[in-house]
Design a protein around this ligand. Structure first.
Ligand SMILES: [Zn+2]
Length: 274
């Protein structure tokens, strides 16, 4: 099984990464997509991919996470991306994408978060740059959402984005899901469905399993988004089986089918053999 979204660098700060990856492998994880959050994480993740080559496949993505923008001193410049650190980071991003490390399979994590203290205009600008880079390189883009489905769909339209990608940790309505799928996006299904209170997303998942199973991926978002019953401890890739258990318990789909279909979907999206 594949964890399509796991922040290995953030996890390393909380857990012994070697043991974590051993646990992952023992649990049946064969591949991990590690999206980045800032320029520091680009190299750290690429180094990890090299270090574990032959043991566990680690794909990486290049991006500037919206949370990271909190660290940029944009306030003096209102909502403009004329902040020197950010301009420098965006230039670095462009250079890194131009000299692709073999592990890099996507652009991201980028997106729009409606809950953080970063001006939406700035988040939109940075997202736009990522979308243009993804289009230019034909790499899929990994998108973060929170209270922002309408803004993300608007941004894809505005950028005339032609490529594909992943809406990571998808939660929301059937309408929102359809909006992304029509644009060629895959949806990352994670720990949220292990919670009974996530009724809307659970209903959407019933629809997706019936009509768009070929667009679903599995993810943990480790070390964040703890599974139900594991709150208070860092999330890990080995807990991906909780997501699969929740799916097979609540819907008419077997463990085996979930693993084989989502693995095939990942291979299709990134055009690789898994
Ligand atoms: Zn993430």
């Amino acid at each position: 099984m594949i964890d399509s979204h796991c922040h290995l660098d953030l996890l390393a700060a909380k857990k012994d990464l070697h043991i974590t990856l051993q646990n992952a492998k023992r649990a049946g994880i064969t591949r991990i997509m590690a999206p980045s959050i800032n320029p520091r994480s680009w190299q750290a993740l690429q180094a990890l991919s090299e270090q574990y080559e032959g043991y566990l496949s680690i794909d990486t993505a290049l991006g500037l996470h919206p949370y990271f923008l909190v660290d940029c001193d944009y306030s003096a410049h209102s909502c403009e991306t004329n902040n020197q650190t950010l301009i420098h980071n965006l230039e670095q991003l462009e250079a890194a994408v131009a000299h692709l490390h073999p592990s890099v399979k996507a652009v991201g994590e980028t997106g729009i978060d409606g809950h953080i203290n970063v001006p939406l205009a700035l988040q939109k600008d940075v997202l736009h740059t990522h979308l243009k880079l993804a289009d230019k390189t034909s790499l899929p883009v990994i998108l973060h959402h929170r209270k922002s489905h309408h803004l993300l769909l608007e941004a894809l339209k505005h950028a005339k984005y032609q490529g594909v990608g992943i809406i990571h940790a998808f939660s929301g309505s059937i309408e929102a899901a359809k909006g992304y799928i029509e644009r060629g996006f895959y949806l990352g299904i994670g720990g949220i469905i292990t919670y009974e209170r996530a009724q809307k997303t659970r209903n959407t998942l019933a629809f997706l399993l019936e009509h768009h199973f070929d667009k679903l991926l599995l993810e943990t978002d480790a070390p964040d988004m703890p599974m139900h019953g594991r709150q208070g401890e860092p999330n890990e890739p080995c807990y991906l089986s909780d997501v699969i258990d929740a799916m097979s318990e609540n819907y008419d789909v077997s463990h085996k089918e979930i693993v084989s279909t989502t693995t095939a979907n990942y291979a299709q999206l990134f055009n690789i053999n898994c």
